[in-house]
Design a protein around this ligand. Structure first.
Ligand SMILES: [Zn+2]
Length: 297
């Protein structure tokens, strides 16, 4: 986002307690704890009904075009009935960090694993040890994958990846990392590759470690215009899928596992700051001293 002289409302991942409800909104009342997916949507158009709320005909992004952002004392939620999900928990609940991941990073990792077709018979490589990559590990495990190779070089993060279900960690970067994954898989690569970085080097590595006939899914926002899928990739029948995650489509499915404590995606938060200290949270993320920062009101 470009620098702004007057400040901007920002933030697209949030939980909140309802203060007031618009006249057309049903099913919510003041005091309800809710989670907002990182895109707002009406919940009733054809795309929403197909589970592609990110393409909603009457939806949009937070903190754009006069819409509020989530990093503030209060948010006005457009299309609240289609957007919000009520959480059967109180604002003092110990599960809040894990519930907050339902807003973005956990469903994004899950979208990556689902679109790649991860199942108990697939081997998986996850590229990236950020919050989304670790969520992708957790998601692949949840979908039954028995072999999950995590490519990442931050030891504290890959340790959490192992806790989430990674069976192997490849800390080498670039070509060395690719060769290590191939070694671990008898030279073949894995059926599914979950690319959770978004840099061209990451997508190139993804094509290099996917097994012939396999699938690369990318959910890292691409920092490149052209996908490097040359003739050699074509000859190996590799499928490319993924894209922006319709988080709203997955929340109902993932919520029980979080509420019942079977998984704890909120472990990706390793620093909490108050609203007044928010700049220090951004600094910690930029310096890579924090994996993911939780802002408390
Ligand atoms: Zn819609």
């Amino acid at each position: 986002m470009p620098a702004s002289d007057r400040g901007e409302r920002i933030g697209h991942e949030f939980l909140g307690v309802i203060e007031d409800v618009g006249a057309d909104v049903e099913g919510f009342k003041a005091g309800n704890l809710v989670v907002a997916p990182f895109v707002w949507s009406d919940g009733i158009c054809d795309f929403c009904r197909e589970g592609l709320q990110t393409s909603c005909r009457h939806g949009g992004l937070w903190a754009r075009g006069g819409i509020d952002g989530g990093q503030g004392e209060a948010v006005r939620v457009p299309q609240a009935q289609g957007t919000l999900v009520k959480l059967p928990a109180g604002a003092d609940c110990a599960l809040l960090p894990s519930l907050l991941t339902l807003s973005d990073v956990f469903p994004t990792g899950y979208h990556c694993a689902r679109t790649a077709g991860v199942n108990p018979r697939t081997t998986v490589t996850v590229i990236g040890d950020g919050a989304v990559g670790l969520s992708a590990v957790l998601s692949a495990k949840r979908l039954g994958a028995e072999r999950i190779i995590l490519m990442g070089h931050h030891k504290d993060r890959t340790d959490l990846g192992v806790e989430f279900g990674a069976t192997d960690v490849v800390a080498e970067r670039g070509q060395q990392g690719v060769e290590r994954v191939r070694e671990l898989t008898g030279g073949d690569g894995t059926h599914a590759v979950l690319e959770c970085v978004g840099l061209v080097e990451a997508i190139e590595s993804a094509f290099a470690v996917v097994r012939d006939g396999g699938t690369v899914s990318r959910v890292g926002a691409p920092q490149y215009d052209d996908v490097p899928m040359p003739f050699g990739v074509f000859m190996r029948n590799v499928t490319l899928t993924g894209g922006v995650a319709p988080a709203r489509a997955y929340i109902d499915e993932l919520l029980p596992d979080v509420l019942e404590g079977r998984i704890e995606p909120g472990k990706v938060f390793d620093l909490a700051v108050g609203l007044d200290d928010i700049a220090s949270g951004y600094e910690a993320m930029a310096d890579r001293t924090a994996l993911k920062v939780l802002v408390r009101p």
